[in-house]
Design a protein around this ligand. Structure first.
Ligand SMILES: [Zn+2]
Length: 385
């Protein structure tokens, strides 16, 4: 590591640990990027009176390589690897400055995603801690084929999984249905047979890695569940009329303990009072009330969803789910860490990573406080805003 170690004592803050029922006034001590219970001898004091500290936010579904604009595809197609990697670095900075200290990138050229993750981990560049899938596994011409992840047939998809493990990705992402951003694919139909889905999951689990499936329409969701995936992205039960959940499939999601990553975006707030919004809200409520394991995600990077979208999206999530602000906040901190199997973060507790967000008001009462940032600390280091 090239960084000098930083020892911090953050004093008199109101601290929400990520799990408790409300913030409590206490001091926080950081040593070498980790939360400890006592100040170290040479630690720097920071007075945090009047501030609320919460764990750094976790974004479970991002695309650092997209520019969030209507022209995303033209920009993507005209990129060189170098220009794309620079955009990924800059988008990571934007996310970190908005309080997001962990990002799971679920679709980018594999080499770029792995290179950036490692560069951040080793201090070559700054950014949020990255968990990466690389190029999603998709059939020839399937959703996001342009990321370089095409694979067909049971043998083909097993090879695709092995290639990603060899490249050291953290998750396997598979496109189980078509996607809205890839013309010629059908969101209502499955892209892979149940046998292909089973082969992907079997190979991934055998090699010790987890699988998340992009799935919009019910057929894609069914195939992903039958294949035994660990997580579903979107899970929107999309039809031409909006979300139309199927009770029996929701029951399957709950009984199989499959995690749902719902990709709720802030821009949905402009659609309130539409049929589409209330259908999506009903689905979200059903998932929460049925006891499905759910975390927070946005799909940031796609058009109309800037990389800093998470705080806005959390307000939409709260409105749709009818959870309290505090319960909603858990979905992007402690719950997210737990469901992503990141047992070193998501809480302000001794032994955890010092990923902290210092806010000028209390977000457990009103989520809009997430945009009133005093400072961000990532792995014990102060981030320049
Ligand atoms: Zn996505």
């Amino acid at each position: 590591m090239t960084h000098a170690s930083t020892h911090l004592s953050i004093l008199n803050a109101m601290v929400w640990s990520g799990t408790e029922e409300s913030p409590i006034e206490r001091d926080i001590f950081v040593q070498d990027g980790i939360l400890v219970d006592k100040p170290s001898t040479n630690s720097v004091d920071i007075d945090a009176s009047g501030l609320t500290l919460i764990p750094g936010l976790i974004e479970a579904h991002a695309h650092l390589c997209f520019n969030a604009g209507a022209d995303w595809r033209t920009v993507y197609d005209n990129d060189t690897s170098s220009s794309m990697l620079l955009r990924m670095v800059e988008n990571g900075h934007k996310m970190l400055r908005s309080g997001i200290t962990t990002v799971r990138d679920l679709g980018a050229p594999t080499e770029l995603a792995v290179t950036l993750r490692d560069a951040i981990d080793t201090g070559v560049t700054r950014g949020p801690s990255l968990i990466v899938a690389g190029a999603p596994v998709t059939p020839t011409g399937g959703h996001c084929y342009f990321m370089g992840g095409e694979a067909d047939g049971e043998l083909g998809v097993r090879i695709a999984v092995r290639e990603r493990v060899k490249a050291r990705t953290d998750w396997i992402k598979v496109m189980a249905s078509g996607g809205n951003m890839t013309p010629g694919t059908n969101v209502e139909r499955a892209q892979y047979s149940v046998d292909e889905m089973r082969a992907i999951v079997d190979e991934a689990h055998r090699l010790g890695t987890s699988v998340t499936a992009h799935a919009h329409g019910v057929e894609g969701i069914r195939h992903a569940l039958a294949g035994g995936v660990d997580m579903l992205e979107h899970c929107s039960f999309q039809t031409p009329n909006g979300s139309e959940p199927v009770a029996e499939v929701i029951a399957d999601i709950v009984s199989s303990k499959t995690i749902v990553s719902p990709t709720i975006v802030g821009a949905l707030s402009q659609q309130k009072n539409t049929e589409r919004y209330s259908r999506r809200a009903d689905l979200t409520k059903q998932l929460v009330e049925s006891g499905a394991r759910i975390l927070m995600s946005t799909d940031c990077g796609i058009p109309n969803t800037p990389h800093e979208d998470l705080s806005y999206a959390l307000e939409v999530m709260q409105d749709m789910s009818e959870l309290s602000a505090l319960e909603t906040l858990r979905l992007a901190t402690s719950t997210s860490a737990e469901l992503l199997d990141l047992n070193d973060r998501g809480r302000i507790e001794t032994g955890y990573r010092a990923d902290l967000l210092a806010l000028r008001s209390d977000p457990t009462k009103d989520l809009s406080a997430l945009r009133d940032i005093e400072y961000v600390i990532s792995a014990g280091k102060l981030v320049a805003l």
